[in-house]
Design a protein around this ligand. Structure first.
Ligand code: HEM
Length: 410
């Protein structure tokens, strides 16, 4: 008796096959972005397991080659000395970059194709939570090796968290275990990075997938012409699974070539934390916030009752990203529809949505550029002017272009 038959008699696999494995998946490369985010998460968990087996989440001082160094830092040096240790750690780090990038691009795909509309509002909201969690987990990951870079980068995050009026101190206690860096900081951040936040992420990804399967994908535009009213795509088994497996293998190939060629976060280059603060810039996905913080004068302070105040750190690090987040949360309710959406919308069909998205992207680019204020010798006034007028210009040009394209197509 075959293994399949043996299992089928016990688990009714045939029924499961008919119910799930015949699901149709649209064939379009833009749908790969969510899958790449998923692959990154799997790789992060697997490489992360290897790292946890060798990492010591502690800042106690230990003797290493005649020097007194934090145990966390020494354990990362130890990981790097293991066979393939450096490559696996590097792959973990690169997979985090790829995950943040693919989640963001996936969000952009959903945004410009209108896939956030009825009935997919819930998955849009869950997606926003997934993006937030991904970025927070990546940020916490930085703190763990406890090198000079980690400590400075975490201090910036700590300052932003603490700047939230009234609840900042409480957040600092919960996330950082007190005034960062205390002895409790690394064990606390470690537990959040390897256990609680990934568990939450896993549960939310599971829910995201279930809802997506239940609601079915939006259909690419061509499906409306080829087979109106029908779900067009390839079945999960064997085609979609094969496509996904090939994509996963490609992903692994590219990731490990990258990880081997460019070792991410070489801690011996940064060295252990010392008395001088290294000049550094955060990762690319935080640079826009860093840039905004650079051009907000520290004199921007608004006193609040009870001794609290709104500081420049709060405005750049919490308020501006918070307003963008709130607009994203409200989007499916402000720009919804009455009937269920089946086919993706073309960017040119919605000139305002597309042009505002492009304007926002330019806002992120210019804010990122502001992170090099000193290197380019620019003033705050110049950068503020760029931050306001370049995105507005990009919005206007895109709007006119989209109107023209849709005029020709429509
Ligand atoms: C850990 C992060 C995420 C993972 C692993 C993930 C995974 C996926 C996958 C595999 C799909 C199906 C394929 C596709 O449409 O690309 C999907 C669909 C979807 N995702 Fe995500 N996603 C994540 C984050 C997000 C974010 C940030 C948003 C938006 C805020 C979002 C909103 C949606 C929506 C609305 C769909 C249905 C799209 C459609 O039917 O066209 N997801 N997600």
């Amino acid at each position: 008796m075959s293994v399949y038959k043996w299992l089928d008699e016990r688990l009714d696999l045939d029924r499961l096959n008919k119910k799930f494995m015949r699901k149709a998946f649209p064939v379009h490369h833009s749908f790969f972005l969510g899958e790449i985010a998923l692959f990154s998460f799997i790789v992060l968990v697997l490489t992360g397991i290897f790292l946890t087996l060798n990492f010591e989440p502690s800042t106690r001082m230990v003797k290493y080659e005649g020097q007194e160094l934090p145990a966390a830092y020494v354990s990362v040096l130890y990981i790097d000395s293991l066979p393939f240790g450096k490559v696996i750690r590097s792959a973990h780090h690169w997979a985090a970059h790829i995950m943040v990038a693919s989640v963001f691009l996936h969000l952009l795909r959903i945004l410009i194709s209108g896939a956030y509309k009825k009935p997919r509002e819930l998955n849009w909201l869950l997606g926003l939570a997934l993006l937030g969690l991904t970025v927070v987990i990546a940020f916490i990951g930085y703190s763990l090796p406890f090198d000079a870079f980690s400590v400075t980068a975490t201090q910036i995050g700590y300052g932003i968290g603490k700047s939230i009026p009234y609840i900042g101190d409480w957040i600092a206690q919960v996330v950082f275990g007190g005034e960062y860096p205390t002895l409790k900081s690394i064990p606390r951040l470690y537990a959040l990075h390897v256990l609680w936040l990934p568990l939450l992420l896993m549960a939310l990804i599971g829910l995201h997938m279930l809802i997506m399967i239940k609601q079915k994908h939006t259909q690419p535009k061509y499906a409306e012409e080829v087979a109106p009213g029908k779900i067009l795509g390839v079945p999960m088994m064997p085609m979609q699974i094969s496509v996904m497996s090939i994509l996963f293998l490609l992903y692994l190939g590219v990731l490990f070539i990258l990880a081997g060629a460019i070792i991410a976060h070489p801690i011996e280059v940064y060295g252990p934390p010392g008395t001088s603060t290294p000049a550094l810039k955060p990762d690319w996905y935080f640079l826009w916030i860093y840039g905004i913080l650079q051009i907000i004068p520290s004199t921007w302070q608004i006193p609040l009752p009870g001794g609290a105040s709104i500081t420049s750190e709060f405005i750049g690090g919490v308020l501006i990203p918070g307003i963008l987040g709130l607009v994203a949360v409200l989007l499916p309710f402000l720009d919804g529809r009455k009937t269920k959406m089946r086919y993706v919308e073309l960017p040119s069909q919605h000139p305002m949505r597309t042009s505002v998205t492009v304007g926002l992207l330019f806002f992120f680019f210019v804010a990122t550029f502001a992170g090099w204020k000193e290197e380019f010798g620019m003033t705050n006034a110049q950068l503020w002017a760029m931050l306001i007028f370049i995105p507005l210009g990009a919005w206007f040009v895109t709007y006119v272009l989209m109107r023209q394209i849709w005029g020709k197509e429509g």
